[in-house]
Ligand binder design. Structure first.
Ligand code: SF4
Length: 438
């Protein structure tokens, strides 16, 4: 059972898919930084790629992703053409490095036609040095076809993540994402027949009108569909930052205590259903690569969340995509028009980011270890006394303990993991546009 300590969750905190987080990025980086980042990749390095498709067939009201409606095929075609130029430009510089993983996300990669997507996969896998990379694709179940499933199989895609969120029809209507449970079952059947080895469900709690009973029904019905992984996120209602969320009835949102109970219910139901809890919001069946990484201490965290990927360089391609190099974080233009202009001008589309200092890198490693392993040696952190101070309220509740400079996060502290990690964050006070940890 999790114990609710509202004071420990009062301050919004980042999700720490990077450190420093994107909130600390500024515009003092650009094309030359991307050039330098790519030039630093050695011949024997293994890198990962992320390819962003910023379009969806239908836009969900809660969505905070950088995506737009795929209602004009000319716009999609023009974007894919520009993306191909960017891919070629990056590949020309790092064709020597081995690519171990390629993730396609968005938006919804299946907003484009199967033949267009196949062409994109072929381009990436032939322009980079790929010997049997792990291919993963985010899929919107709405409109997913047998033709798409066959194309994924033909291109040896081994992982798919489905945006499910909730199976409750009334809540689906309240968040602008109507996709009946039978539709999800149909997609699961197509994916299993296509031999997709690992399927993830994204689910949400804290949705308008969502009760514990409704959440439990979604969890139970989802478990019955037997995905290999779950990622369970709390809905963050920030309409001032995400205007499309204005369509959501804020008066129907569960309060902080109810959200905490829902997060605890998801954890209890999924673990009772045979999944292993990974980090603070992922779950996987015991033989899954993510569960194995968690068990053997090699779990990592990157822009895609918890991962078993060991690469230290992730190259982001497409509008708004973020690249992570050991010494820098670089984001492409979020605005599609600006992205087009930069790529057409023969440049990289980098417009925001930062160069990590040595101190940033020490803290980045510490935060990643806190979130993935539940323990970190903080002896290299400059203001260790300040970190200890900030963690005193957690220590008093027996959620953390110290062995010298090594911090141990106890299992009961799982819902507070992000808040505990925030104690190591030097930029926290400068940025307050985050969500609560639960
Ligand atoms: S399908 Fe996914 S990316 Fe597209 S609008 Fe809905 S939540 Fe956002």
């Amino acid at each position: 059972m999790w114990t609710y300590h509202p004071d420990l969750l009062a301050v919004p905190v980042p999700r720490y898919t990077s450190y420093p987080t994107a909130a600390a990025f500024d515009d003092r980086v650009g094309h030359a930084d991307m050039q330098a980042g790519l030039a630093g990749i050695a011949a024997d390095d293994t890198v990962s790629l992320y390819v962003h498709i910023p379009y969806c067939r239908q836009i969900c009201w809660y969505c905070g992703c950088n995506t737009g409606a795929a209602n004009r095929s000319a716009r999609l075609d023009a974007y894919l053409e520009r993306l191909e130029q960017e891919i070629a430009r990056v590949a020309d510089r790092v064709g020597h490095a081995r690519v171990g993983r390629i993730a396609f996300g968005g938006g919804s990669p299946n907003a484009v036609a199967p033949a267009q997507f196949a062409r994109l996969v072929d381009l990436v896998t032939t322009r980079f040095r790929c010997d049997d990379p792990v291919l993963s694709v985010e899929i919107d179940p709405r409109g997913f076809t047998a033709e798409w499933a066959a194309m994924l199989a033909a291109h040896r895609v081994s992982r798919v993540s489905l945006g499910v969120q909730t199976l409750d029809p009334a809540i689906q209507a309240a968040i602008g994402r109507v996709q009946p449970a039978d539709e999800i079952r149909r997609v699961m059947d197509l994916l299993r027949r296509a031999d997709i080895g690992s399927i993830n469900f994204d689910l949400m709690y804290g949705l308008p009108g969502q009760s514990e009973a409704a959440l439990e029904a979604t969890l139970v019905d989802s478990l019955a569909m037997a995905p290999d992984r779950f990622a369970v996120f709390g809905y963050a209602h920030v309409p001032a930052m995400i205007p499309r969320q204005r369509r959501i009835d804020a008066s129907a949102l569960p309060d902080a205590r109810a959200r905490f109970a829902q997060a605890a219910l998801a954890h209890a139901t999924l673990t009772a259903g045979g999944h292993v809890a990974i980090g603070f919001d992922h779950f996987a069946v015991p033989g899954d690569a993510l569960a194995l990484a968690s068990a053997n201490g090699t779990l990592r965290r990157n822009f895609q969340g918890f991962t078993e990927d060991q690469a230290t360089t992730l190259i982001g391609l497409g509008v708004s995509a973020i690249s992570e190099f050991p010494d820098r974080l670089l984001q492409n233009a979020k605005n599609t028009g600006r992205y087009h202009l930069l790529i057409a001008a023969g440049r990289f589309a980098t417009v925001r980011g930062l160069r990590r200092t040595a101190e940033d890198r020490v803290r980045a490693r510490a935060i990643e270890k806190i979130l993935t392993r539940g323990t970190a040696d903080l002896s290299g952190v400059a203001d260790l006394a300040g970190v200890r101070d900030r963690l005193t309220p957690f220590e008093r509740r027996q959620l953390v303990r110290w062995e010298g400079a090594t911090l141990w996060v106890l299992v009961e502290a799982r819902p507070y993991a992000r808040s505990i990690a925030a104690a190591v964050d030097q930029y926290q006070s400068a940025a307050r546009q985050f969500s609560t940890a639960v």
